[in-house]
Design a protein around this ligand. Structure first.
Ligand code: BES
Ligand code: MN
Ligand code: MN
Length: 462
């Protein structure tokens, strides 16, 4: 391990230069204008894997964006780790709020990252974190120290719900066969408080349309007499939660597995400072379901949020108009054992039931994913725990995170293997937001930790 750490030390600057090349490719999966960039980013990852020491690496076309797969098999009787990550990123807008250009990465210091952080879209989510695995792998291969077989699957559609990946996995089961899936696409509590993600929330995402008259109307001639779809939509949205911020959709909580008193104690033992939390977000108070702490609200309770709402006139100046239509994109974060399609149906039934006769309402299910719970008493998890303990000098805490990675639950169904969610980001890294960044400390700590994962996993399994 000494040789590996020395190798990592000697190649620090090159690693950063290489990551910057990847970050410069604007691989925004949701925007068809970036179709070519998706290929470029996939091709780049393939070449990076080959350079790092993979025996084979290939870009696989799918009905959507391509999947990159590469592997190094040292001995088929040894255990196999499949590394999963994603090279697609969220759109960079609103662009005017970026202090530096989203696809022109730079290193800048911040309060939480005194050693500097990489600013750019995808720096943390997930190119920066996936790339740590490439470099850790390179260091192990270069020093002839690879205790297990390694496979890489880096997809380009995570941020849009991984529509093509289930089929890819079904069709390539044998190639993807593994003993554990290792993922770095989540956070730690703080740079001096390591943690491993033991659960993720699921997701059910819908779009609603409220239609009024057959055309936009003069708001003086008709206002007060004909439905304004935006007013009605706002009414309906306000009926999704009561004053305790409890979701009012009938049946919504039926499948929720309530956390036990012991589990709740454990969750609240994790370091958390409400004042710091509020200060970091510049809010006077938090807002969530009555009776639960902030960590519980994001970790073990479902939520319902409007992600965007539109319709009518939003240009400069004024226009007096009764819009014909209003729309909203609404997502619900789910916990065990809520099922995305079932929840979408409950939402639809309820939303239609509260729609007044003066409008017509449509609900479309866009995508979803099951919640994830990973066991923490397995060699797969213990290897991550030991690896982080070695490099952080502290035993990592298992945490429940609020975000979602929909494909993880499907991996278990299709490939039959569990995942270990060993991420290195911070919640303050502004993923999906302007000025996304990833601490240099976190980037290098990740590269340093990953080889230990293989070492301990090899030992525990070997
Ligand atoms: N890496 C995130 C998920 C995440 C972030 C987990 C922080 C834990 C902590 C992932 O890329 C993501 O953004 N997922 C989407 C899912 C989606 C678009 C289907 C999410 O959670 O919104
Ligand atoms: Mn991600
Ligand atoms: Mn993301």
């Amino acid at each position: 391990m000494k040789k590996i750490q020395k190798y990592l030390e000697e190649n620090r600057d090159r690693f950063l230069d290489e990551l910057f090349e990847w970050l410069r490719i604007p691989s925004v999966s949701s925007n068809p204008e970036h179709k070519d960039d998706m290929f470029k980013a996939a091709e780049w990852a393939k070449n990076a894997l080959l350079k790092a020491g993979a025996d084979t690496a290939k870009v696989y076309e799918t009905a959507g964006h391509p999947v990159v797969y590469g592997e190094k098999i040292i001995d088929s009787s040894k255990p196999t780790v499949l590394v999963y990550g994603h090279y697609d990123v969220q759109p960079a807008d609103p662009l005017e709020l970026w202090e530096t250009s989203p696809f022109e990465p730079v290193v800048r210091k911040t309060d939480l990252h005194p050693a500097g952080a990489i600013f750019g879209r995808g720096a943390c989510d997930d190119k920066g974190q996936a790339f740590m695995h490439f470099k850790a792998f390179e260091a192990m291969v270069a020093n002839d120290y690879l205790p297990v077989n390694i496979k890489f699957m880096i997809e380009g559609e995570e941020e849009i719900g991984s529509p093509s990946l289930p089929k890819f996995c079904e069709e390539n089961k044998e190639m993807l066969k593994n003993d554990v899936i290792l993922v770095s696409d989540t956070s730690i509590i703080a740079n001096d408080v390591p943690s491993i993600t033991a659960s993720l929330r699921g997701l059910s995402y819908v779009e609603v349309e409220v239609d009024g008259a057959n055309r936009d109307l003069h708001s003086g001639t008709y206002g007060g007499a004909v439905a304004n779809p935006i007013n009605i939509l706002a009414d309906m949205i306000s009926k999704l939660m009561d004053e305790d911020r409890h979701i009012t959709i009938p049946g919504f909580y039926d499948d929720v597995v309530e956390a036990t008193a012991e589990e709740r104690v454990l969750i609240n033992q994790a370091p958390f400072d409400l004042d710091e939390y509020k200060k970091a977000l510049d809010i006077d108070d938090v807002c969530g379901e009555k009776g639960y702490t902030t960590d519980e609200r994001t970790g073990i309770r479902p939520s319902c949020d409007v992600n965007g709402i539109w319709g009518g006139f939003t240009g400069e100046g004024t226009k007096t108009v009764l819009p014909a239509k209003a729309f909203a994109k609404i997502s619900m974060r789910l916990v065990a054992n809520q099922e995305p399609k079932k929840i979408a149906k409950l939402f639809e039934d309820y939303f239609l039931s509260i729609a007044p006769d003066c409008v017509r309402v449509k609900v479309d299910y866009l995508h979803g994913g099951l919640p994830v719970m990973t066991p923490i008493d397995t060699p797969e998890y213990k290897a991550a725990e030991k690896a982080m303990e070695t490099t952080f000098g502290k035993k990592p805490i298992p945490t429940k995170e609020g975000g979602s990675i929909p494909i993880i639950a499907l991996f278990e169904q299709i490939l039959g293997s569990k995942s270990v969610l060993m991420g290195f980001g911070l919640n303050s890294d502004a993923i999906h937001s302007p000025n996304e960044h990833y601490g240099l400390f976190n980037f290098y700590k990740g590269i340093e930790t990953i080889p230990y994962y293989y070492k301990y996993y090899g030992e525990l399994k070997g």
